[in-house]
Design a protein around this ligand. Structure first.
Ligand SMILES: Cc1cc2nc3c(=O)[nH]c(=O)nc-3n(C[C@H](O)[C@H](O)[C@H](O)COP(=O)(O)O)c2cc1C
Length: 193
């Protein structure tokens, strides 16, 4: 299936129900190839991907759930993290996205603050490319930041010292959600002449 860019932008949805069907490695490689075509500040390409499938993906979800449960036991709010973990459990693939130019829990002040802002934008562009490519291939995806509830434990499990930026769940969609509402462009744009 091929789809033009505007169609992919308009048709992409956050998918929260996935079919119990594995993804061919070639498809995962294709969406990663799309991700790395994103622009990046100074062409630093500040992204690293960890593709988790099968038992390793289940381990990721176990770690997230354990982290969230521990926070809840302390009376802390964990937002949508458990529902997100449930979605990640169904999806055959989880991709962790790291910034190798930042230490996990590192200093974000001074010059590093600007580098961090630039790199985070570059990584966001790569993730959006990945999502749009997935849409074009008929795949479902979900951009996930709820992994922050267990970022230290996730990093420790796979020996990473760098900063976890987000995760993406990927698979064949088992739902076709309506478009979620957007604020009109006219309400969020200032035109100056
Ligand atoms: C940076 C970012 C983090 C997100 N984190 C989560 C998440 O942890 N769990 C989740 O279910 N959805 C998450 N989402 C998906 C948003 O809820 C979703 O994009 C939004 O509601 C709009 O819906 P749409 O993507 O279908 O247009 C995230 C989206 C972005 C861009």
């Amino acid at each position: 299936m091929r789809m033009d860019a505007m169609q992919a932008i308009w048709e992409r949805r956050s998918i929260r129900k996935f079919a119990d069907r594995p993804l061919a490695r070639e498809l995962i490689e294709t969406v990663l190839e799309a991700a790395i075509r994103a622009p990046s500040g100074k062409n630093a390409q500040p992204w690293r991907f960890v593709v988790l499938q099968g038992k390793e993906k289940d381990r990721l979800v176990d770690i997230l759930e354990a982290g969230v449960n521990a926070l809840q036991a302390k009376g802390l709010a964990t937002g949508s993290a458990l529902p997100t973990a449930h979605i990640m459990r169904q999806a055959p693939v989880a991709i962790l996205v790291y910034n190798p130019r930042q230490q996990a829990g590192g200093d974000r002040n001074g010059t590093n603050r600007y580098m961090h802002l630039v790199d985070t934008q570059s990584i966001g562009a790569a993730v959006q490319n990945l999502l749009l490519a997935a849409t074009g291939l008929g795949l479902g995806s979900l951009w996930i930041c709820d992994v922050f509830y267990a970022d230290d434990a996730i990093g420790a499990r796979w020996g990473r010292q760098d900063e976890l930026v987000c995760a993406v769940s990927l698979g064949y969609p088992a739902e076709t959600p309506q478009a979620r509402p957007r604020k009109p462009v006219a309400d969020i744009t200032t035109w100056l002449e």
